[in-house]
Design a protein around this ligand. Sequence first.
Ligand SMILES: Cc1cc2nc3c(=O)[nH]c(=O)nc-3n(C[C@H](O)[C@H](O)[C@H](O)COP(=O)(O)OP(=O)(O)OC[C@H]3O[C@@H](n4cnc5c(N)ncnc54)[C@H](O)[C@@H]3O)c2cc1C
Length: 292
Amino acid sequence: MSMEKIYDVLVIGGGVAGMSAGIYAKRSGKSVLLIEKFALGGQVLSLSRIQNFPSQSEIDGFTLAQMFSKQVKELGVEILSDDVVSVDFSKETKIVKCKKNVLSAKSVVIATGMASVELEKNENEFLGRGVSYCAICDANFYKNRPVCVASKKGSGIKDALMLSKIASKVTLLDSEDMSVYAKANKVGNLEVLSKIEIQAVKGNSQLEKLEINRDGRQETLQTSALFIELGKKPSTQLFEGVLKLDEKGFIVTDENMETSVKGVFAAGDVRSGVLKQIVTACGDGAIAGQKA
Ligand SMILES: Cc1cc2nc3c(=O)[nH]c(=O)nc-3n(C[C@H](O)[C@H](O)[C@H](O)COP(=O)(O)OP(=O)(O)OC[C@H]3O[C@@H](n4cnc5c(N)ncnc54)[C@H](O)[C@@H]3O)c2cc1C
Protein backbone atom coordinates (compact mmCIF):
# COMPACT_ATOMS: atom_id res chain seq x y z
CA MET A 1 0.00 0.00 0.00
CA SER A 2 1.20 3.54 -0.68
CA MET A 3 0.19 7.15 -0.38
CA GLU A 4 -1.49 7.13 -3.81
CA LYS A 5 -4.91 6.42 -2.28
CA ILE A 6 -6.29 8.97 0.16
CA TYR A 7 -8.65 7.13 2.52
CA ASP A 8 -11.56 8.90 4.13
CA VAL A 9 -10.61 7.37 7.49
CA LEU A 10 -7.54 5.59 8.83
CA VAL A 11 -8.03 3.79 12.13
CA ILE A 12 -4.87 3.08 14.14
CA GLY A 13 -5.42 0.07 16.44
CA GLY A 14 -7.67 -2.96 16.08
CA GLY A 15 -8.99 -3.38 19.62
CA VAL A 16 -12.71 -3.04 20.29
CA ALA A 17 -12.55 0.78 20.05
CA GLY A 18 -10.81 0.72 16.66
CA MET A 19 -13.10 -2.00 15.30
CA SER A 20 -16.20 -0.09 16.47
CA ALA A 21 -14.88 3.06 14.79
CA GLY A 22 -14.29 1.03 11.60
CA ILE A 23 -17.87 -0.31 11.67
CA TYR A 24 -19.45 3.13 12.12
CA ALA A 25 -17.21 4.88 9.58
CA LYS A 26 -17.74 2.17 6.95
CA ARG A 27 -21.51 2.11 7.51
CA SER A 28 -21.63 5.86 6.89
CA GLY A 29 -20.20 5.29 3.41
CA LYS A 30 -16.53 6.14 4.00
CA SER A 31 -13.46 4.30 2.72
CA VAL A 32 -11.76 2.90 5.82
CA LEU A 33 -8.41 1.25 6.48
CA LEU A 34 -7.71 -0.18 9.95
CA ILE A 35 -4.06 -0.72 10.91
CA GLU A 36 -3.25 -3.31 13.62
CA LYS A 37 0.27 -4.39 14.60
CA PHE A 38 -0.56 -7.65 16.43
CA ALA A 39 -4.04 -9.19 16.28
CA LEU A 40 -7.58 -7.85 16.00
CA GLY A 41 -9.07 -7.74 19.50
CA GLY A 42 -6.33 -6.02 21.50
CA GLN A 43 -6.53 -6.46 25.27
CA VAL A 44 -9.83 -8.35 25.01
CA LEU A 45 -7.96 -11.34 23.54
CA SER A 46 -6.37 -12.02 26.93
CA LEU A 47 -9.59 -11.92 29.00
CA SER A 48 -10.88 -15.35 30.02
CA ARG A 49 -14.26 -14.21 31.44
CA ILE A 50 -16.21 -11.06 30.63
CA GLN A 51 -19.45 -10.68 32.55
CA ASN A 52 -20.38 -7.04 31.93
CA PHE A 53 -20.61 -6.72 28.16
CA PRO A 54 -24.32 -6.01 27.52
CA SER A 55 -26.16 -8.88 25.78
CA GLN A 56 -23.63 -11.51 26.97
CA SER A 57 -24.05 -12.79 30.55
CA GLU A 58 -20.61 -14.32 30.20
CA ILE A 59 -18.24 -14.61 27.27
CA ASP A 60 -14.51 -15.24 26.81
CA GLY A 61 -12.45 -12.50 25.20
CA PHE A 62 -11.21 -14.57 22.27
CA THR A 63 -14.78 -15.39 21.18
CA LEU A 64 -15.90 -11.77 21.59
CA ALA A 65 -12.91 -10.52 19.56
CA GLN A 66 -13.72 -13.02 16.80
CA MET A 67 -17.33 -11.76 16.67
CA PHE A 68 -16.08 -8.16 16.32
CA SER A 69 -13.51 -8.97 13.62
CA LYS A 70 -16.02 -11.06 11.61
CA GLN A 71 -18.40 -8.10 11.45
CA VAL A 72 -15.61 -5.65 10.53
CA LYS A 73 -14.37 -7.89 7.71
CA GLU A 74 -17.87 -8.65 6.39
CA LEU A 75 -18.58 -4.91 6.15
CA GLY A 76 -15.51 -4.45 3.95
CA VAL A 77 -13.26 -2.45 6.26
CA GLU A 78 -9.73 -2.90 4.84
CA ILE A 79 -7.35 -4.39 7.41
CA LEU A 80 -3.60 -3.78 7.29
CA SER A 81 -1.17 -5.71 9.47
CA ASP A 82 1.53 -3.12 10.18
CA ASP A 83 3.03 -1.05 13.00
CA VAL A 84 2.52 2.73 12.93
CA VAL A 85 5.85 4.41 13.69
CA SER A 86 5.16 8.12 13.08
CA VAL A 87 2.41 10.54 12.09
CA ASP A 88 2.23 13.92 10.37
CA PHE A 89 -1.00 15.71 11.21
CA SER A 90 0.25 19.19 10.22
CA LYS A 91 -1.68 19.38 6.93
CA GLU A 92 -5.28 18.73 5.90
CA THR A 93 -4.29 15.32 4.49
CA LYS A 94 -2.96 13.30 7.41
CA ILE A 95 0.08 11.07 6.86
CA VAL A 96 0.57 7.85 8.83
CA LYS A 97 3.91 6.05 8.46
CA CYS A 98 4.11 2.36 9.30
CA LYS A 99 7.08 -0.01 9.26
CA LYS A 100 6.10 -1.26 5.78
CA ASN A 101 3.64 1.30 4.36
CA VAL A 102 2.96 5.03 4.17
CA LEU A 103 -0.73 5.95 4.20
CA SER A 104 -2.80 9.10 3.91
CA ALA A 105 -6.34 10.04 4.86
CA LYS A 106 -8.73 12.90 5.40
CA SER A 107 -9.34 11.79 9.02
CA VAL A 108 -7.61 9.54 11.52
CA VAL A 109 -9.05 7.67 14.52
CA ILE A 110 -6.44 6.76 17.15
CA ALA A 111 -7.43 3.66 19.12
CA THR A 112 -4.02 2.41 20.27
CA GLY A 113 -5.28 1.51 23.76
CA MET A 114 -2.99 0.65 26.62
CA ALA A 115 0.15 -1.47 26.75
CA SER A 116 2.00 -3.24 29.54
CA VAL A 117 4.71 -1.34 31.37
CA GLU A 118 8.05 -2.96 30.52
CA LEU A 119 11.05 -3.69 32.74
CA GLU A 120 13.23 -1.83 30.24
CA LYS A 121 16.04 -4.38 30.58
CA ASN A 122 16.65 -7.17 28.03
CA GLU A 123 13.41 -9.06 28.81
CA ASN A 124 11.89 -8.72 25.35
CA GLU A 125 14.69 -10.90 23.88
CA PHE A 126 12.90 -13.79 25.63
CA LEU A 127 9.34 -12.84 24.75
CA GLY A 128 7.42 -16.08 24.09
CA ARG A 129 10.48 -18.04 25.29
CA GLY A 130 9.85 -17.67 29.02
CA VAL A 131 8.89 -14.00 29.27
CA SER A 132 5.18 -13.16 29.17
CA TYR A 133 2.98 -10.12 29.75
CA CYS A 134 -0.17 -12.23 30.15
CA ALA A 135 -0.37 -14.73 33.02
CA ILE A 136 -3.92 -15.81 32.09
CA CYS A 137 -2.81 -16.58 28.52
CA ASP A 138 0.48 -18.37 29.23
CA ALA A 139 0.28 -19.89 32.76
CA ASN A 140 -0.42 -23.40 31.48
CA PHE A 141 2.85 -23.54 29.53
CA TYR A 142 4.64 -23.59 32.90
CA LYS A 143 2.58 -26.22 34.71
CA ASN A 144 4.54 -27.71 37.65
CA ARG A 145 7.58 -25.53 36.92
CA PRO A 146 9.02 -22.61 38.93
CA VAL A 147 8.02 -19.13 37.75
CA CYS A 148 8.63 -15.52 38.80
CA VAL A 149 6.37 -12.47 38.66
CA ALA A 150 7.76 -8.93 38.28
CA SER A 151 5.65 -6.59 40.37
CA LYS A 152 5.53 -2.99 41.57
CA LYS A 153 3.64 -2.03 44.75
CA GLY A 154 1.76 -5.34 44.67
CA SER A 155 0.67 -5.08 41.02
CA GLY A 156 1.54 -8.75 40.43
CA ILE A 157 -0.16 -10.32 43.47
CA LYS A 158 -3.41 -11.33 41.78
CA ASP A 159 -1.54 -13.10 38.98
CA ALA A 160 0.96 -14.64 41.42
CA LEU A 161 -1.92 -16.20 43.40
CA MET A 162 -3.47 -17.55 40.19
CA LEU A 163 -0.08 -18.94 39.06
CA SER A 164 0.45 -20.61 42.48
CA LYS A 165 -2.33 -23.08 41.53
CA ILE A 166 -0.48 -24.10 38.33
CA ALA A 167 3.28 -23.63 38.81
CA SER A 168 5.44 -25.66 41.22
CA LYS A 169 6.69 -22.47 42.88
CA VAL A 170 5.95 -18.77 42.37
CA THR A 171 8.38 -16.05 43.41
CA LEU A 172 6.93 -12.55 43.40
CA LEU A 173 9.68 -9.99 42.88
CA ASP A 174 8.40 -6.61 44.01
CA SER A 175 10.41 -3.42 43.70
CA GLU A 176 8.87 -2.01 46.92
CA ASP A 177 8.74 -3.22 50.55
CA MET A 178 6.16 -6.04 50.61
CA SER A 179 7.16 -7.51 54.01
CA VAL A 180 3.72 -6.79 55.57
CA TYR A 181 2.01 -8.67 52.75
CA ALA A 182 4.55 -11.53 52.86
CA LYS A 183 3.86 -12.13 56.59
CA ALA A 184 0.08 -11.83 56.38
CA ASN A 185 -0.53 -13.99 53.31
CA LYS A 186 1.15 -17.36 53.33
CA VAL A 187 0.35 -19.51 50.31
CA GLY A 188 2.46 -22.70 50.37
CA ASN A 189 4.32 -22.29 47.10
CA LEU A 190 4.24 -18.48 46.83
CA GLU A 191 7.23 -16.51 48.08
CA VAL A 192 7.09 -12.72 48.16
CA LEU A 193 10.44 -10.91 47.94
CA SER A 194 10.71 -7.17 48.67
CA LYS A 195 12.91 -4.42 47.25
CA ILE A 196 14.02 -6.42 44.23
CA GLU A 197 15.51 -4.93 41.10
CA ILE A 198 15.55 -7.35 38.17
CA GLN A 199 18.77 -6.51 36.36
CA ALA A 200 19.06 -9.06 33.57
CA VAL A 201 17.15 -11.93 32.00
CA LYS A 202 19.42 -14.85 31.00
CA GLY A 203 19.14 -18.09 29.07
CA ASN A 204 19.85 -19.76 25.75
CA SER A 205 16.89 -20.77 23.60
CA GLN A 206 14.61 -20.39 26.68
CA LEU A 207 14.73 -18.21 29.78
CA GLU A 208 16.79 -19.93 32.50
CA LYS A 209 17.59 -17.41 35.20
CA LEU A 210 17.26 -13.85 36.46
CA GLU A 211 19.99 -11.69 37.86
CA ILE A 212 18.56 -9.61 40.67
CA ASN A 213 19.63 -7.02 43.18
CA ARG A 214 18.05 -7.92 46.53
CA ASP A 215 18.28 -4.99 48.90
CA GLY A 216 21.86 -4.28 47.76
CA ARG A 217 23.00 -7.92 47.25
CA GLN A 218 23.52 -9.57 43.83
CA GLU A 219 21.71 -12.91 43.41
CA THR A 220 20.78 -15.35 40.64
CA LEU A 221 17.34 -16.96 40.54
CA GLN A 222 16.66 -20.07 38.44
CA THR A 223 13.24 -19.88 36.78
CA SER A 224 11.41 -21.14 33.72
CA ALA A 225 9.22 -18.05 33.28
CA LEU A 226 8.99 -14.39 34.11
CA PHE A 227 5.53 -12.84 34.07
CA ILE A 228 5.76 -9.05 33.89
CA GLU A 229 2.85 -7.47 35.76
CA LEU A 230 3.91 -3.86 36.27
CA GLY A 231 0.64 -2.26 35.19
CA LYS A 232 -0.50 -0.55 31.99
CA LYS A 233 0.25 2.77 30.33
CA PRO A 234 -1.46 4.57 27.42
CA SER A 235 0.10 3.87 24.00
CA THR A 236 0.61 7.55 23.15
CA GLN A 237 4.37 7.93 22.66
CA LEU A 238 3.78 8.60 18.93
CA PHE A 239 1.53 11.54 19.75
CA GLU A 240 3.67 13.37 22.33
CA GLY A 241 4.13 16.95 21.11
CA VAL A 242 1.54 16.33 18.36
CA LEU A 243 -1.74 16.11 20.33
CA LYS A 244 -2.83 17.45 23.70
CA LEU A 245 -2.31 14.75 26.35
CA ASP A 246 -3.45 14.82 30.00
CA GLU A 247 -1.04 14.57 32.95
CA LYS A 248 -1.06 10.74 32.75
CA GLY A 249 -0.40 10.67 29.00
CA PHE A 250 -3.94 9.95 27.76
CA ILE A 251 -5.27 11.84 24.69
CA VAL A 252 -7.65 14.71 25.47
CA THR A 253 -10.77 14.89 23.28
CA ASP A 254 -14.03 16.80 23.12
CA GLU A 255 -17.45 15.10 23.23
CA ASN A 256 -17.12 14.25 19.50
CA MET A 257 -13.89 12.36 20.32
CA GLU A 258 -11.97 14.99 18.35
CA THR A 259 -8.47 15.73 19.63
CA SER A 260 -6.61 19.04 19.71
CA VAL A 261 -5.96 18.59 15.95
CA LYS A 262 -8.93 18.95 13.58
CA GLY A 263 -9.69 15.70 11.76
CA VAL A 264 -7.88 13.54 14.32
CA PHE A 265 -10.04 11.57 16.75
CA ALA A 266 -9.28 9.24 19.68
CA ALA A 267 -11.34 6.39 21.15
CA GLY A 268 -11.16 3.77 23.89
CA ASP A 269 -8.55 3.25 26.60
CA VAL A 270 -6.11 5.67 24.95
CA ARG A 271 -8.51 8.57 25.52
CA SER A 272 -8.63 10.64 28.70
CA GLY A 273 -11.85 9.41 30.32
CA VAL A 274 -13.34 8.04 33.53
CA LEU A 275 -14.16 4.43 32.62
CA LYS A 276 -11.91 2.08 30.67
CA GLN A 277 -14.12 -0.84 29.69
CA ILE A 278 -15.15 -2.66 26.52
CA VAL A 279 -18.55 -1.01 26.38
CA THR A 280 -17.14 2.51 26.76
CA ALA A 281 -14.41 1.78 24.18
CA CYS A 282 -17.17 0.71 21.76
CA GLY A 283 -19.17 3.89 22.49
CA ASP A 284 -16.11 6.10 21.90
CA GLY A 285 -15.34 4.20 18.69
CA ALA A 286 -18.90 4.64 17.44
CA ILE A 287 -18.78 8.41 17.93
CA ALA A 288 -15.27 8.74 16.47
CA GLY A 289 -16.14 6.60 13.43
CA GLN A 290 -19.30 8.59 12.80
CA LYS A 291 -17.65 12.02 13.20
CA ALA A 292 -14.37 11.21 11.41
C1 LIG B 1 -6.96 -7.73 33.26
C2 LIG B 1 -8.05 -6.94 32.56
C3 LIG B 1 -9.36 -7.31 32.73
C4 LIG B 1 -10.39 -6.58 32.10
N1 LIG B 1 -11.68 -6.98 32.28
C5 LIG B 1 -12.67 -6.30 31.66
C6 LIG B 1 -14.03 -6.74 31.78
O1 LIG B 1 -14.34 -7.74 32.45
N2 LIG B 1 -14.99 -6.01 31.15
C7 LIG B 1 -14.70 -4.91 30.40
O2 LIG B 1 -15.62 -4.30 29.83
N3 LIG B 1 -13.42 -4.49 30.26
C8 LIG B 1 -12.41 -5.15 30.86
N4 LIG B 1 -11.11 -4.73 30.72
C9 LIG B 1 -10.84 -3.50 29.95
C10 LIG B 1 -10.94 -3.72 28.44
O3 LIG B 1 -10.17 -4.85 28.07
C11 LIG B 1 -10.44 -2.46 27.71
O4 LIG B 1 -11.11 -1.32 28.21
C12 LIG B 1 -10.68 -2.54 26.21
O5 LIG B 1 -10.27 -3.79 25.70
C13 LIG B 1 -9.92 -1.40 25.51
O6 LIG B 1 -10.03 -1.53 24.12
P1 LIG B 1 -9.24 -0.52 23.15
O7 LIG B 1 -9.65 -0.90 21.77
O8 LIG B 1 -9.46 0.88 23.59
O9 LIG B 1 -7.69 -0.79 23.37
P2 LIG B 1 -6.80 -2.11 23.22
O10 LIG B 1 -7.56 -3.32 23.48
O11 LIG B 1 -5.58 -1.83 24.04
O12 LIG B 1 -6.41 -2.12 21.67
C14 LIG B 1 -5.43 -1.29 21.12
C15 LIG B 1 -4.89 -1.94 19.86
O13 LIG B 1 -4.04 -1.01 19.18
C16 LIG B 1 -2.92 -1.73 18.67
N5 LIG B 1 -1.82 -0.78 18.51
C17 LIG B 1 -1.21 -0.06 19.49
N6 LIG B 1 -0.22 0.70 18.95
C18 LIG B 1 -0.23 0.46 17.61
C19 LIG B 1 0.57 0.93 16.53
N7 LIG B 1 1.56 1.81 16.72
N8 LIG B 1 0.32 0.47 15.28
C20 LIG B 1 -0.69 -0.44 15.07
N9 LIG B 1 -1.47 -0.93 16.07
C21 LIG B 1 -1.24 -0.49 17.31
C22 LIG B 1 -2.63 -2.78 19.75
O14 LIG B 1 -1.89 -3.86 19.20
C23 LIG B 1 -4.05 -3.18 20.17
O15 LIG B 1 -4.54 -4.28 19.42
C24 LIG B 1 -10.08 -5.44 31.30
C25 LIG B 1 -8.73 -5.10 31.11
C26 LIG B 1 -7.73 -5.83 31.71
C27 LIG B 1 -6.28 -5.44 31.49
